[in-house]
Design a protein around this ligand. Structure first.
Ligand SMILES: Nc1ncnc2c1ncn2[C@@H]1O[C@H](COP(=O)(O)OP(=O)(O)O)[C@@H](O)[C@H]1O
Ligand SMILES: [Mg+2]
Length: 273
């Protein structure tokens, strides 16, 4: 499936961001252009972006009901009333462009065609990876209630993009083990998911006690987990070895008393066994 980041659409339209600057990395799968909200509700597909000249709050509410991810106002229109607040609450991105509907559609189509051409032209060795999507997440150490939420989200994002289920499974399992390690052994972490046509990168950067001997920690069965952690089904010392098996590339850097950085790379067209 082909997806495009809303940020790319914003660039193609020279648009102003009215709401959702931090969500420009969100991807959309379709575009729906209309001023008729019943058409949006009847024919719009989920995960679309709406192009419209209708600036009333109904545009944002319709987009939300139809599971759209953003709205672009054409001809320099700006959303009225409580639209921006509603968009914020429902996670929609709002953009405004000076272009008219027809020109905006043409520009988005051109940006989309660019994106479709990318996987082939970018496959030459040494070429920098063209980012399709990047997302940030946070994990709190010792928060067993939410443990696994980040991996669940990562899995959902990759599944939605349409990657091979085997690849998604490898990324999800590795991210989950890394997330559990933060919950069990560290204080907090920042996670980034970066997807390009060539690879999926997951980086888990934590603050915490660090790992004194990474080679030892990578050995099957090595663990410093407590009895309580084991009682929850983790702490058998199989996490890092399993990540090592599943990731195409794994780099662990750690400083005792500071934290650990786990960089995992999964090649999109790599060995999926
Ligand atoms: N993020 C981390 N911060 C500190 N120590 C860690 C981290 N990840 C792993 N470790 C250390 O490496 C050991 C092995 O990790 P792992 O293979 O995942 O097994 P387990 O988590 O079941 O103990 C852990 O017991 C812990 O001592
Ligand atoms: Mg572990």
């Amino acid at each position: 499936m082909c997806v495009v980041e809303i940020g790319r659409i914003k660039d193609a339209l020279g648009a102003l961001v009215i709401e959702g600057e931090e969500r420009l990395g969100t991807v959309v799968e379709h575009v729906y252009a209309s001023d008729l909200m019943s058409d949006v509700l009847a024919f719009g597909q989920p995960h679309s972006i709406l192009l419209t000249g209708l600036a009333t709050q109904q545009s944002v509410i319709s987009a939300h009901m139809a599971e759209f991810r953003g709205v672009v106002y054409v001809r320099g229109k700006k959303p009225k009333d409580g639209s921006a607040g509603f968009a914020r609450e429902s996670g929609l991105v709002l953009l405004s462009t000076e272009m008219d509907m027809y020109e905006a559609c043409l520009r988005i189509d051109a940006a989309w065609t660019d994106r479709r051409a990318t996987p082939d032209s970018a496959s030459e060795a040494g070429r920098t990876h063209d980012l399709l999507l990047s997302r940030d997440f946070f994990i709190e150490g010792n928060d067993f209630t939410n443990a696994g939420m980040v991996s669940t989200e990562v899995k959902a994002v990759l599944k939605k993009i349409g990657f091979d289920p085997k690849l998604v499974r490898r990324v999800a399992i590795s991210t989950y083990e890394g997330e559990m390690n933060v919950v069990m052994h560290a204080t907090k972490a920042h996670v980034t998911l970066a997807v390009s046509p060539q690879c999926i990168d997951v980086v888990i950067d934590d603050e915490g006690k660090g790992i004194p001997d990474v080679a030892l920690a990578l050995q099957e069965g090595f663990t410093t987990a407590t009895e309580e952690m084991r009682a929850m089904g983790f702490g058998s010392g199989m996490g890092l070895p399993n990540i090592n098996r599943n990731a195409d590339e794994l780099e662990i850097t750690s400083e005792v008393g500071k934290g650990t950085r786990l960089q995992m790379r999964f090649r999109v067209n790599g060995n999926t066994s």
